[in-house]
Design a protein around this ligand. Structure first.
Ligand code: BGC
Length: 261
């Protein structure tokens, strides 16, 4: 547990399911005040709020599209109005779809870039602006992916967005370090979340993914949430501009395991 998170106000985008949901529940268990942004899944959010309140945290939900500036501004205003501040911003909302690159439409490219990269930028900018103005030494966590590092055929838009998240994170970390605002990213590997449900429902595809993971299993959302609470806590007070890979070793060249090469 991280006592420094008690009472801290945390905004998490795309928190109705998957990693966002898991992080919301974990911050709730740390007795933080959690603003849960969702896009369409209003019903699911009610259950998350109940779980958080039972654990002794507080939570409030707000609908919003991370690609729209006015929606992101509204999310942050909601946090300030409801809980009085903003200490931790987690830019988590993201999408992916598989398309061979020669067939990828500009529309699909733009959708992924605007959610995964531009949406995260808006979240960073709005949070930093508030933190600067209010002299808050806050923490910003951007959800990246192993594909900020590993090229991924048929997902060129996704890989490009995550590569962008990496350098955006590092640049903002450098720019705002003098103000005590830390900006980091988490790069999960293959995690058991709805974004992967279809793929993991197919035993052959699932086995193919597991072969790429030296630790030999698909990660659990709670294993990513554990990274997020640490990064947001004072335990990580000297950590900025970093990527925390949580991938079971996926980025360590699994093809070279057992003396190959
Ligand atoms: C993607 C998953 C994928 C994993 C490893 C993640 O960023 O969301 O769909 O399984 O990377 O390739």
């Amino acid at each position: 547990m991280y006592p420094s998170l008690e009472g801290k106000v945390v905004v998490i985008t795309g928190a109705a399911s998957g990693l966002g949901k898991s992080m919301a529940e974990r911050f709730g268990a740390e007795k933080a005040k959690v603003v849960i942004n969702y896009f369409t899944e209003e019903q699911e959010v009610k259950g998350i709020i109940e779980t958080i309140e039972k654990a002794g945290g507080s939570a409030s939900a707000i609908q919003g599209d991370v690609t729209k500036e006015e929606d992101v501004k509204r999310m942050i205003a909601h946090a300030i109005k409801t809980f009085g501040s903003l200490d931790v911003m987690i830019n988590n909302a993201g999408i992916e779809n598989e398309v061979p690159s020669e067939e990828l439409t500009l529309d699909d490219w733009n959708k992924v870039i605007s959610t995964n990269l531009t949406g995260q930028f808006i979240g960073c900018r709005e949070a930093i602006d508030y933190m600067l103005e209010n002299k808050i030494k806050g923490s910003i966590i951007n959800m990246s992916s192993v594909h900020q590092e590993i090229p991924w055929p048929h997902f060129v838009h996704y890989a490009a967005s995550k590569g962008g998240v990496k350098l955006m994170t590092e640049t903002l970390a450098l720019e705002f370090a003098p103000y005590g605002i830390r900006v980091n990213c988490i790069a999960p590997g293959a995690i058991d979340t709805p974004i992967n449900a279809e793929k993991f429902a197919d035993p052959e595809l699932k086995t193919g993914v597991i072969e790429l993971i030296p630790m030999g299993y698909i990660g659990k959302p709670e294993e990513i949430a554990a990274c997020a609470v640490w990064l947001a806590s004072t335990e990580a007070s000297y950590v900025t501009g970093m990527t925390l890979y949580a991938d079971g070793g996926m980025t360590q060249y699994p093809g070279f395991q057992a003396g190959k090469g």
